[in-house]
Design a protein around this ligand. Structure first.
Ligand SMILES: Nc1ncnc2c1ncn2[C@@H]1O[C@H](COP(=O)(O)OP(=O)(O)OP(=O)(O)O)[C@@H](O)[C@H]1O
Length: 633
């Protein structure tokens, strides 16, 4: 079917760009730059190594310094181990079996690491993760092959509009006093046995709360097992943690990124270590290791009989390892059977432990951020599907610049919202923003259907009369500049930092030692984010203030009491680049709880209807100011 072939073509384009970009980083950046970009660990030390299943060697590495903040190594990705003596030649590839901030376990397809690993300093490079693309491609092929199959292709045909779909009518008696009307309605429709349910949750409307209540209620009623997936590990961690808190048996497939003992306890490895079969495995592992160690003694200068001895010992170890594998298979099967909820990333839904499993219900959270080919991986395991997300916020990240690739921004979530509007439950009450901050987003993005919960609608900073402010830099000579491909606006950044510092000083005066509000500074451009971070660190930060500076992408899903937005764009042509993607600016405008300050050049951004409307709106609530008002004080 052309539908999946077209998707596969788009995916190929994206793969080519992603790979080229990654390989360019590895080939052209220095070791220090790669470390900063989070794609290299160096220097590292080996703290353990263990021969395991299928003669794979698992080696544990530790970072020997902890200066880098964040890295991009994730469970299941390929890496390359190198030594500083000959970083080009001395290399061996492996796969990440576990990773946290400072420790990584890597499986190598060998019984021993090469000799060079005992000399010099070692490092790890993150290789391009072709595996995710392979899984996506094979899901598209499988979807295409299965579409004619009366049973297997059923949900696929329904989702594509080739066969009638059954939607739940919402006639159910579910009612949770902790949920609002739209949330309870949504749960009722999810609990009805339709083929598809979509939960549309604008910012701060309790999408996750609703989703986990619906899942828990469904399991409580009819048992069964639910697969819940999300595009990012962070989102999967949130879901796993919250479902576990509700007392469900949750199994986290893959490797949590959040540092939490609670979450770690939900993984297959941790559950296996507490399983009754584990003791037996440990005993057998000890025996196998003893045989292998004995065999290794015959390593050099041996004659025929020693050779035979060595072979026999290794054979013995191998036999024991087969027994271990059998017990481990049983343990894993038992853990999988008992789980009420299995949580994984989209690609993790094809982890070997669950690759061949089917689920009556599959749930995809943050579905509007998932690449469509990745969404098909879990969907192919489902009889019915529940999607949650908001297509009016950021779409998935796409590396390719080519025009056709932009088609991937049109997510399956959005297509299904349009194809089956009756399957959509809209959450209409938000618990985050003062109503003045919410209104423009509600009108432009959500047909004016969003309202603020009563307790939220009026909240504001102490003595503050302006929850939403636009500061116009038009004519002030603030200019956008491009340096090494990065856009920033120096004067706007200086102004922002001064304005923010003054606001905080004023709040400190009125706060008398109470906790200061949290602050976020958002800008669409990385160059400006770096400039702002630099300025703020030059003035020694803002003491006692919880402050985060980031691009819009780093803020999705978060909230702060005060948000500043630096729009950067200031040119005569009215060129606003990717600011014209209103989904991106919608995310920025909906992060503030009590005060939102937007700084930009009305003569540039005002040429675009969305921003023109925004300026008019802010003026109508008396929040419009010119930069001169501050500069002349
Ligand atoms: N019915 C409710 N009554 C009171 N507070 C609620 C209700 N539903 C959600 N909230 C609160 O709203 C906030 C957002 O909830 P949740 O984390 O579920 O939202 P979300 O919609 O998933 O958020 P996001 O904007 O990240 O998508 C939380 O602080 C939650 O406690």
């Amino acid at each position: 079917m052309d539908y999946f072939k077209n998707l596969a073509t788009l995916l190929e384009l994206e793969l080519a760009h992603d790979r080229a970009a990654h390989e360019l980083v590895l080939a052209s950046r220095t070791l220090t730059e790669r470390k900063e970009l989070g794609v290299t660990w160096y220097p590292i030390q080996i703290s353990d190594s263990e021969l395991g299943r299928g003669d794979y060697l698992t080696v544990t590495f530790h970072k020997t310094n902890d200066l880098e903040n964040g890295h991009r190594f994730r469970f299941g990705m390929p890496i390359s181990l190198f030594s500083n003596y000959a970083p080009q030649e001395d290399r061996i590839q492996g796969t990440i079996a576990f990773v946290n901030q400072n420790l990584m376990k890597v499986s190598f397809r060998t019984e021993e690491l090469p000799d060079w690993s005992r000399k010099g300093k070692l490092g790890l490079d993150l290789l391009f993760d072709e595996n995710s693309y392979r899984e996506m491609k094979s899901a598209l092929q499988e979807a295409e092959r299965g579409i004619e199959d009366p049973q297997k292709g059923k949900l696929t045909r329904k989702l594509l509009g080739l066969e009638p779909i059954a939607l739940a009518d919402g006639r159910d008696d579910f009612d949770d006093v902790g949920l609002n009307i739209s949330q309870n309605d949504a749960v009722r429709r999810i609990l009805g046995k339709g083929d598809l349910a979509i939960l549309h949750g604008p910012p701060g409307t309790g999408k996750t709360t609703t989703l986990i209540k619906a899942i828990a209620a469904g399991i409580k009623r009819s048992g069964g097992q639910v697969l819940i997936v999300a595009p990012s590990n962070t989102a999967v961690d949130v879901l796993a943690e919250r479902l576990d808190q509700l007392g469900l048996n949750v199994l986290r497939i893959g490797n949590p990124v959040k540092v939490s003992a609670h979450l770690l306890a939900l993984t297959v490895d941790e559950k296996a270590s507490k399983h009754a079969g584990y003791k037996e495995v440990k005993g057998l592992e000890k025996q196998a290791r003893a045989y292998t160690d004995m065999a290794r003694k015959y390593k050099r200068n041996f004659g025929r009989s020693e050779y035979e001895q060595r072979k026999a010992l290794l054979n013995e170890a191998r036999k024991i390892r087969k027994d271990i594998d059998r017990i481990q298979d049983y343990v894993i099967e038992d853990i999988l059977c008992k789980a009420q909820v299995i949580a994984a990333t989209l690609v993790g839904a094809n982890h070997p432990h669950i690759r061949d499993k089917r689920f009556e219900t599959v749930v995809i959270d943050e579905a509007a951020q998932g690449l469509e080919p990745a969404c098909w991986i879990p969907i192919l395991k489902a009889d019915r599907l529940l999607l949650a997300g908001d297509h009016c916020q950021l779409p998935p990240t796409i590396k390719s610049e080519e025009r056709e690739s932009k088609e991937l921004f049109n997510t399956l979530f959005e297509k299904l919202v349009k194809r089956y509007p009756d399957s959509v439950s809209f959450l209409d009450t938000q618990y985050r923003m003062n109503s003045q901050i919410m209104t423009y987003s509600s009108v432009m993005m959500y047909d004016g259907r969003l309202k603020a919960a009563p307790a939220t609608a009026e909240w504001r900073l102490v003595d503050d009369t302006e929850p939403i402010v636009f500061i116009d830099t038009a004519g002030a000579g603030f200019e956008e500049k491009e340096e090494e491909g990065a856009l920033s606006n120096k004067e706007e950044a200086d102004f922002l930092v001064n304005h923010l510092s003054a606001l905080i000083a004023q709040l400190e005066g009125g706060h008398h030692g109470e906790k200061l509000p949290t602050v976020g500074v958002i800008t669409p451009y990385r160059g400006q984010a770096n400039r702002l971070k630099g300025l703020l660190s030059d003035i020694g930060g803002l003491p006692y203030v919880d402050l985060q500076v980031s691009t819009v992408d780093g803020f999705q899903g978060q909230e702060k009491d005060i948000i500043y937005i630096s729009l950067v764009r200031s040119n005569t042509g009215g060129n606003i680049g990717f600011l014209s993607d209103v989904r991106r600016i919608n995310v920025a405008l909906t992060r503030a709880k009590k005060k939102l300050v937007v700084i930009g050049d009305s003569s540039t951004i005002g040429q675009h209807a969305f921003y023109k409307g925004f300026l008019d709106y802010v003026e109508s609530v008396n929040g419009y100011h010119s930069v001169w008002e501050w500069n002349n004080v």
